[in-house]
Design a protein. Structure first.
Length: 23
């Protein structure tokens, strides 16, 4: 559970970071 949640959180963080860079 913890590992899966951590991976999902990291993926979301990377996506948000990419979005900010694009904007």
């Amino acid at each position: 559970m913890n590992r899966t949640y951590s991976m999902l959180g990291r993926s979301v963080g990377m996506i948000l970071a990419a979005g900010v860079l694009v904007l």
